[in-house]
Design a protein around this ligand. Structure first.
Ligand SMILES: NC(=O)c1ccc[n+]([C@@H]2O[C@H](COP(=O)([O-])OP(=O)(O)OC[C@H]3O[C@@H](n4cnc5c(N)ncnc54)[C@H](OP(=O)(O)O)[C@@H]3O)[C@@H](O)[C@H]2O)c1
Length: 327
């Protein structure tokens, strides 16, 4: 039985807990909030045995095996290292941290303490991603030549929330632009050339960002993200034989199709009762049960490469955050 803890009782933590409670072989043991009342309420709603009024208390509890970090991005590094130093394994929300310097500190702490660490990029573990990897490996797409992906929604301008607040790591790129970039890294690896453009709003965060990537293999990607408007949020992966279209919202999709110039070749549907977090939770449980300190499907080097691309994009759009001492 893998015993989980959660740090930060916000929106994503609730959705994650809902899936965790549906999975065999693990249990939600404890949850921590900066407010004990909030932790008690969250624990009741989500069947956790214990509620903690500080993150430190949860990290020090010896009944917990692995902690899910669900705080805003600027706190990921410190929350993760707190848990690792207290002997906990960690699954930390995306983006892993604010920049490469912070990610390297986290990776070093995991290695030093010999604990499991993974970035919670849930998309990597969805059935549709397994199917795409299968199609690519079977050569059904041919060589990948082009990727198009977007992720956009209209967010309320609210400085108390994360999205427009630079002190909470706000902006489109780190919140949702990470997904199209992740997709490219997952299928093609780190790009060889990166260019980007953005609209930086009055609060100092990127409200819309477009990114172009290029690989020496001859592939290109055209990606965009925005918190100003609802976009279709679909992804297309074009090979020189056929292409895959992942239906909206592609990063948590339950359907996709394989197509060529004659039309549709095959449709795929992946129905289940999960919100989608179950797949990454099952991956972590499996790794811990096999004494692994990294996931083969999402190793730490993947997160290092991903944050390096995000850092480069940010250098092109002149986006720095108050929490950063260096970029
Ligand atoms: N994988 C996904 O699908 C997905 C979706 C949404 C978000 N995320 C990621 O998950 C993280 C959290 O996002 P969210 O939407 O859940 O955020 P949220 O609703 O704002 O919750 C974040 C929680 O972090 C804690 N926190 C600690 N220090 C804080 C501070 N100074 N200000 C505000 N909150 C603070 C709070 O919990 P306590 O008050 O209980 O301490 C808060 O409830 C982000 O990094 C985001 O990128 C992932």
């Amino acid at each position: 039985m893998v015993r989980w803890g959660i740090i930060g009782c916000g929106k994503i933590a609730g959705k994650f807990a809902e899936d965790l409670n549906k999975i065999e072989g693990c249990a939600l043991y404890g949850v921590a909030s900066r407010s004990i009342d909030k932790a008690i309420t969250f624990a009741k709603v989500n069947n956790a045995q214990k509620a903690f009024g500080s993150y430190e208390e949860l990290a020090q509890n010896d009944q917990i095996d692995v902690v899910y970090i669900a705080t805003p991005h600027p706190f990921h590094k410190d929350n993760t290292i707190l848990c690792l130093q207290n002997g906990k394994h960690v699954l930390c929300e995306k983006p892993f941290a604010m920049n490469i310097h912070e990610v390297k500190e986290m990776v070093n702490a995991a290695k030093k303490n010999e604990r499991f660490l993974m970035e919670a990029i849930w998309t990597q573990f969805f059935p549709f991603m397994h199917k795409i990897r299968e199609l690519v490996n079977e050569g059904q797409l041919g060589k990948i030549k082009m990727i198009e992906a977007d992720f956009g929604f209209k967010a309320d301008v609210d400085l108390c929330g994360r999205l427009y607040n630079p002190h909470l790591g706000g902006g489109a790129l780190l919140d949702i632009g990470i997904y199209p970039i992740f997709l490219c890294h997952s299928l093609l690896g780190k790009p060889d050339e990166i260019s980007a453009n953005a609209v930086i709003g009055s609060t100092g965060v990127d409200e819309s960002t477009v990114v172009n990537l290029k690989w020496q293999s001859g592939a290109l990607a055209s990606l965009n993200c925005t918190i100003l408007t609802d976009t279709k949020t679909v992804a297309k992966i074009y090979g020189d034989k056929a292409y895959v279209e992942i239906n909206s919202r592609w990063h948590e999709s339950k359907s996709m199709s394989l197509n060529n110039k004659m039309g549709r070749i095959e449709e795929f549907k992946f129905e289940d009762d999960y919100r989608g977090y179950a797949y990454e939770i099952m991956e972590v449980n499996k790794c811990l049960n096999n004494n692994k300190t990294e996931s083969e499907l999402l190793p730490l080097q993947f997160s290092v490469d991903l944050i390096e691309t995000l850092d480069t994009v940010r250098s092109h759009i002149n986006l720095a955050y108050p929490s950063e001492t260096k970029l």
